[in-house]
Write a protein that binds this ligand. Structure first.
Ligand code: NAD
Length: 801
């Protein structure tokens, strides 16, 4: 019988256990969360279940309050039931998967598993979230049935947001169980699965910690401070903004020192073992309890100078905090002029100054270290690259990074600088191979050190890569900003690919053309794209610069003509004779949101969806059909006929979303806000999203799709201003709105209500679209709107004037 996870248990309600339980619940899985009975329970509380469950309840409470949120919908917390390891232990016997996430202590974990072995039902999966304890030590002496179902599932913190899930097979784990957990992790939980071997700290942390500690060891010799190192090891090299030291502050200096020591102790054979030996300052920090964010200071802290809050860094020589001056390295200046990540990292690592020399020494050392770890910790470079991208949020894994640097050139420099280049790399170059990855017939190949040849990077059946399809000649038409890609079976994908996927005139014009193409040559359309990064941006909204230029020259008629074109294309798509499915993920704001709710019949969203009509933030309103379509989508959900003033609560919800520029915190939340309807779907794995959207198109065709018929729209009419005034009053009192917001919001309410008509009137959609356009053009004539837009373009955040 096919294996199913109908109910799960997580043992250990700390940081990781709570996060794993929240992920399971967000996926709709009933989850038992157990922890110990507090050892210090007062005699009068010994029989009180709430007191006995205090630790698990506190864990659940912490997860519920966490920021950013770990539950995708706060109501998901109802699916988690907290208990304790004495009174509720038998309940583990009902669970299909038991995940252990208790303290990192071998004796504690073994003691727990021996009890679990006694109660688990036959066939139940049991996994450990250990960061580094050997699986073989944990399961030593247990029975075969247990061992066949036991494995390592190493989630990363914060569980909801970190994509990496390392799966570590035990010596006797059955292949069926491994395949099941990998598929479940990938498809159902949306994780990126990396196959790791049972070696110290597995893949991500072995490579990641080696690089961090070796950078710490190297910096003193190069005379660099914390701020300088972070300037070099941040976004300029495709790493997150938290760079090296801000990441350490987040993780906790003690945790890092512990993992480094632990690894050092366990990797006696490691040729770079010393690179795990913590430098003196790290040990001093642990001793002095300077542990990072949890103690209010680590490598950085917020300090006060003359009563003003300033950011200070820890001067590691004097062991005191001070303010930093901007790092001054020629290599960073050169990188700031580069046009791509590849150019940027070359500018830094092949630079000449002391910053560049430091970055090069650390990088060269860690690339070599990674190469030497195959096949010890993982079978291929793909596993290591994925682990580092998904577990450390790097844009490129080590071997992709190495390709970007140029393998031959960097190896030449390594040799000149006295690095011991692994023989397998030398052999690869001798055989004439110049990169670790290459594309062939639209397929991505990687260099395999065992066969000394290229092999195909395995991708699941559900994974659709637009880049690979385009590389294999499946792009049927395109322009600078967008492409039309053949997904086969009569389904095409309209993909836009501008910076942050902002919607410009070219995209709108090309979409018009693409719709004609699909009408004549296809059966259905997906609107989607696959920009990198997490959460990424389906679209950050309309291109403000284009409109701004028109407004500055007073070309208001042109603005209105453009809006008419955009609205027309949305309507053409909505009423097209074929199904259209939008596949949004990550940031889906303004125009990006309007495309989803306006141009598509259905939405297949990624679980991490930050969707909203935020135009008021720049002094505008949604005028690509957004006001009308959110109202339509919200009222279409009404099952019985709701009329007159009973529409008020629907109106208030749409009005609040737009007038307060509300953005969803997940796809589940977007559904509650009315951006997604009951027929729209949510997928957890972004790599599967386009494939799932295509399946949805095919399903709709199979169900006998026919286009919606345009009908008059029921509106709230002249009852709108009453609700608007009440809502605005609340917003003003709560300090959520400025006078200018009120001015904008009143007009927005008027537009959503359908203008000067009676409550419950039925009006043509075009009437509302015209109201949107008129308001939009009028807003552009206001100086405060211009100020908001300029601020947004310069600072990247809204101005409340
Ligand atoms: P934590 O300290 O936040 O939580 C550990 C939990 O174990 C606590 O709730 C504690 O009450 C419970 N516990 C203590 N003694 C126990 C006992 N004798 N029996 C049963 N439970 C007991 O720790 P965490 O960070 O959640 O780590 C849990 C596991 O996950 C560890 O193995 C850790 O190495 C691993 N891990 C941690 C991270 C991370 O970033 N924190 C990442 C990946 C893996």
């Amino acid at each position: 019988m096919a294996r199913k996870i109908a109910s799960a248990a997580v043992v250990g309600a700390g940081v990781m256990g709570g996060g794993i339980a929240a992920l399971f619940a967000s996926r709709g899985i009933r989850t038992l969360l157990l922890d110990i009975v507090p050892p210090d329970l007062e005699p009068e509380n010994i029989g009180d279940p709430r007191q006995r469950n205090r630790i698990a309840l506190a864990g659940l409470d912490a997860v519920s309050k966490s920021k950013p949120p770990l539950f995708m919908d706060p109501w998901d917390a109802d699916l988690v039931s907290a208990g304790n390891l004495e009174d509720d232990f038998e309940k583990l016997g009902d669970c299909d998967w038991i995940v252990e996430a208790v303290v990192e202590n071998l004796a504690v974990k073994r003691g727990l598993f021996s009890r679990i072995e006694g109660v688990r039902k036959k066939g139940a999966v049991v996994s450990t979230n250990t960061s580094g304890l050997p699986l073989k030590s944990i399961s030593e002496g247990f029975g075969t049935e247990f061992k066949r179902h036991f494995l390592g599932t190493h989630f990363f913190n914060p569980v909801r947001y970190m994509r990496l899930l390392e799966i570590i097979p035990g010596e006797e784990t059955s292949p069926e169980v491994l395949d099941f957990v990998a598929d479940f992790g990938e498809r159902i939980l949306g994780k990126g699965v990396v196959w790791a071997k049972d070696t110290p700290n597995f893949v991500g942390n072995r490579i990641g910690v080696q690089q961090i500690v070796s950078a710490m060891r190297e910096m003193a010799g190069c005379g660099l401070n914390v701020v300088e190192v972070d300037a070099l090891f941040g976004p300029v090299l495709g790493r997150p903004k938290t760079a090296l030291f801000k990441t350490c502050d987040l993780v906790g200096i003690d945790t890092l020192a512990h993992v480094a020591k632990n690894t050092h102790d366990l990797v006696a054979q490691d040729e770079q073992r010393e690179s795990f030996e913590a430098p003196g300052f790290l040990k001093d920090m642990v001793e002095r309890k300077i542990l990072g964010n949890k103690t209010g200071g680590g490598f950085y802290r917020s300090g006060f100078v003359d009563g003003k809050k300033v950011r200070q860094f820890l001067d590691l020589e004097k062991f005191e905090y001070r303010e930093a001056s901007k790092p001054d390295f020629q290599c960073l200046v050169a990188a700031s002029e580069a046009k791509s990540l590849e150019e940027r990292l070359r500018a830094v690592l092949y630079g000449e100054d002391r910053g560049a020399r430091f970055a090069w020494r650390v990088t060269a050392g860690s690339l070599i270290y990674a190469a030497r770890r195959i096949p010890e910790i993982a079978d291929s470079i793909v596993e290591i690259d994925n682990a580092m991208k998904w577990g450390y949020n790097l844009e490129l894994g080590p071997f992709e990074f190495w390709d970007a640097l140029g393998v031959a050139q960097s190896v030449g420099k390594m040799k000149t600088d006295g690095f011991d280049v692994p023989q397998k790399i030398e052999r690869m170059i001798d055989r004439g191979h110049v990169s670790f990855y290459r594309m062939e017939n639209g397929k991505r190949l990687y260099y395999d050190f065992v066969s000394e040849d290229y092999a195909e990077v395995a991708v699941g059946d559900s994974v659709v890569s637009l880049a690979s399809l385009k590389a294999s000649g499946k792009k049927v038409d395109g322009c600078d900003s967008a492409s039309l890609v053949d997904l086969e079976d009569g389904v095409f994908c309209f993909e836009f690919h501008t910076k942050m996927n902002a919607i410009n005139r070219e995209i709108v014009e090309f979409m018009d053309k693409a719709l004609d193409y699909v009408r004549d040559n296809g059966a259905g359309l997906v609107i989607g794209n696959q920009a990198g990064g997490m959460p990424g941006a389906f679209s950050a909204g309309g291109d403000l610069r284009y409109m701004g230029a028109l407004a500055k020259e007073g070309k208001f008629e042109e603005i209105e003509t453009f809006l008419e074109l955009a609205q027309g294309v949305m309507q053409k798509s909505k009423y097209a004779p074929f199904p259209v499915v939008a596949a949004p993920y990550g940031l889906t704001l303004g125009g990006g949101c309007e495309i989803c709710i306006g141009a598509a019949d259905r939405i297949v969203a990624h679980a991490e969806l930050y969707m909203g009509l935020v135009e008021i933030g720049v002094g505008l309103l949604p005028a690509g059909g957004g006001c009308m379509n959110l109202w339509k989508k919200s009222t279409q959900r009404i099952l019985t006929s709701v009329k007159g003033l009973d529409l008020a609560k629907f109106f208030a919800s749409v009005f609040r979303n737009i007038a307060m520029a509300k953005v969803s915190s997940s796809a589940a939340h977007a559904r509650k806000m009315g951006f997604l309807g009951p027929e729209d779907r949510i997928v957890f794995n972004r790599d599967h999203q386009i494939g799932e959207a295509k399946k949805e198109v095919l399903r709709m065709i199979d169900d006998g799709y026919f286009a919606p018929v345009k009908r008059p729209l029921q509106v709230f009419g002249d009852a709108a201003q009453g609700v608007v005034n009440m809502e605005l009053n609340n917003m003003l009192v709560g300090g959520f709105a400025s006078e200018y917001d009120v001015f904008l919001a009143k007009r927005i309410g008027y537009v959503i209500g359908g203008g000067d008509v009676r409550v419950d009137a039925r009006i043509d959609e075009d009437v509302v679209l015209k109201l949107e356009r008129e308001a939009f053009v009028d807003f552009w004539k206001e100086s405060k709107t211009h100020a908001r837009i300029e601020h947004m373009l310069k600072m990247g955040k809204p101005l409340r004037n």
